[in-house]
Design a protein around this ligand. Sequence first.
Ligand SMILES: [Zn+2]
Length: 366
Amino acid sequence: MEYILMILLALILIFIAVVIFRAIMFKPKTQEKVEARIVEIDENKVAEHLAEMIRCKTVSRYDSKLIDEAEFDKFRALLPKLYPNVFNNCSYERVGSTGILIKWTGKASLKPTVLMSHYDVVPVIEDKWKKPPFEGVIEDGVLWGRGTLDTKGTLCGVMESVEHLIEKGFIPENDVYLAFSGDEEVNGPSAPAIVEELKTRGIQPALVLDEGGAVVEGVFPGLKQPCALIGIGEKGPMNLELSAKGNGGHASAPPPHTLVGLLAKAVVNIEKHPFKAQLTKPAAEMFDTLGRYSSFAFKIIFANLWCFKPLLDLLCKKKGGELNNVIKLRNKYYSYGTEYVYKYIPVLFLYNNLHILIFIKILEKA
Ligand SMILES: [Zn+2]
């Protein structure tokens, strides 16, 4: 008996030693040095361009009768005015009802890059806004407006980068496609139409970049620095309709459990049963990269996911939000191009900011 206990104790000690040793060895990987450089971009001009985009009320609605088509036309007509270089040097075509496909021909066509974005926005309750949502007010260095983050900012960043590089005489190594839709917020058909169009032309991108997460702080456990969350899909919504039938009766003498209480219980039960966590390859790589910068307590978990996966699940569940999203993906990906990405493309870096410098860097390597 004592012998078995000794073995058990030894095993536990070995386990603890392995877990701690792995956490100690879990150090940041050496990174490619990024040299600092200055790109001359006129910030005020860019902000004014984005403000002009905000002034187009491109509000998407499920009921197509409520859509103000003129505002969408206004947005599309604005682009050649803001980006003459792009329109003089690239081909422009409309695909589907609101899709825009711009091709910037590179030196080769073998490994094309696709940069995506959408120019529609969700509706607003205007009087709940501190500043008007569609006037493009710039105050104290802040641009107010619906769509600045989701995601005309991205579209503007992409266009500014291409405009800038063309002006500098740059030609990308491979073709670059800019694919924008105006019905993303209502799961519209334009991005899928662009995907189909590219497929028909036999174009298989080497890289696709779409909107998604952001540079966040306080989301990744134990990490103090801001970090960019990687995502190749988005946890989708689910709509359920619950109904219950019961016996009638007088309001003065209700039964111990009313149907309302029962339904509430059912709703709570559904919330208690989210999709099972799954660690996809990109998510695992993200934990492996960011986990190395985390505090030691969390490093113990991230360095030992071979045994602490359930703990990670619990952690993500408690935290909710973006982190939980990362491991609660199902196979049903959003249709607006991410399906395409999932099938064909190795990398998708998500962004929701005006990172012109990042786009320039990507295009220079495209
Ligand atoms: Zn969006």
